[in-house]
Design a protein around this ligand. Structure first.
Ligand SMILES: [Zn+2]
Length: 365
């Protein structure tokens, strides 16, 4: 079991403490994404320096390569990758739907072909939980069926009903350990009736936390916030709430205002590798000619290693020359920007300051 305590509230927004076996996590929290057992271009020490306490890793990728048995032999993913913080693993469902060829959903699970070597696999709720045990995950996610956006009511309904049955099977297969937990995932697309039904079904089981799935899949931000407004309201107040795969800074601020506590997204690292930096007031593309002779840091207000030691001009040169260090410095800065934003959000909630003050216009990334 993991323990979640609310420290303060402001409107629907909550500041909390999530106590796990591997980290004491202040919420709202942002989890950097370490898909293949590494947050790309970032060392675990760098990650720690940004204030990150928990990262996300992907069951689908690790089961295929290097294989969950090998990771278990190595002493679990934390030991294998040299990360002493907490790890949340997804169930693999989302990647099966988005990456693998020839997938077939049956009552038993998802049958798919590996995108690496074409080998055939069955990912059932039980198998997903077993893999996450082998990885030594701090937080395990249930297997769910993810659908595309937009989807019809019928598609969303049948995926939601199947996901509820899989959630129960995942919970039954889960071995409880102190400081570890398992989260359910609310589904139902953009349909209020289905979201509320999904929430009611999942609430009847004793999960350690609740994720909202099936958002950040291409729908407009307004629709995402609307779905959250009724879904989060129906979730238990004393459990952490996790919005999967979100998002841009403004998405995060607005979702916290709806009562979300946990986030993950590839955006800070992926955009770092693409030459984009998140800075106070928006974002910038370092390839732009205007930075050629700009000898100021990416962000005067940022205290990260990148901003303390390097200029825009130099980082632009690295990126233009495809030097690995460019991706490393930008990824580190972007993660620091995200973690600083989470700190500001939390302080605002504790001090009763409206989170709207943290919203700003984003350039298109
Ligand atoms: Zn910085």
């Amino acid at each position: 079991m993991i323990k979640f305590d609310r420290v303060a509230s402001f409107g629907m927004a909550r500041a909390g403490l999530l106590k796990t076996a591997h980290a004491m996590i202040e919420t709202p929290v942002f989890m950097p994404v370490g898909t293949l057992g590494t947050v790309k271009a970032i060392t675990p020490q760098n990650l720690k320096d940004t204030g990150s306490k928990i990262i996300l890793s992907n069951t689908y990728h690790l089961m295929l390569r290097p294989g969950d048995e090998l990771v278990e032999k190595a002493g679990g993913l934390r030991k294998f990758m040299g990360w002493d913080g907490a790890i949340l693993t997804d169930s693999g469902g989302f990647q099966v739907m988005s990456l693998s060829a020839l997938r077939k959903i049956t009552e038993d699970g998802a049958i798919f072909q590996s995108h690496i070597d074409g080998s055939k696999h069955l990912l059932s709720p039980e198998r997903s939980v077993q893999i996450q045990h082998s990885l030594g995950s701090t937080i395990t996610m249930v297997l769910d069926e993810c659908i595309k956006y937009p989807s019809t009511f019928q598609e969303a309904q049948s995926a939601m009903v199947l996901s509820s049955r899989w959630a129960k099977r995942s919970l039954d297969a889960y071995k409880k350990r102190e400081g570890h937990g398992i989260f359910a995932i609310v589904q139902g697309g953009q349909y209020k009736e289905l979201r509320l039904e999904s929430t009611e079904q999942l609430k009847s089981f004793d999960f350690d936390g609740y994720a909202v799935g099936g958002l950040a899949v291409g729908e407009p931000q307004d629709l995402m916030i609307e779905v959250l407004s009724y879904t989060v309201n129906a979730l238990p107040e004393n459990k952490p709430r996790y919005l999967m795969g979100v998002g841009k800074p403004s998405d995060i601020v607005k979702a916290v205002q709806q009562g979300i506590d946990m986030f993950d997204c590839v955006l800070p690292t992926r955009s770092g590798r693409n030459g984009q930096a998140f800075v106070t007031g928006g974002s910038l593309n370092i390839r732009n000619l205007r930075y050629k002779e700009d000898f100021s840091p990416l962000d005067e207000l940022c205290s990260c290693y990148t901003c303390k030691n390097f200029t825009k001009s130099y980082i632009r040169h690295l990126v233009k020359s495809n030097e690995i260090l460019g991706a490393m410095l930008l990824s580190l800065h972007n993660l620091q920007h995200y973690q600083d934003l989470m700190k500001k959000i939390r302080n605002n909630i504790i001090n009763g300051i409206n989170l709207d003050t943290l919203l700003y216009e984003q350039d298109d990334l």
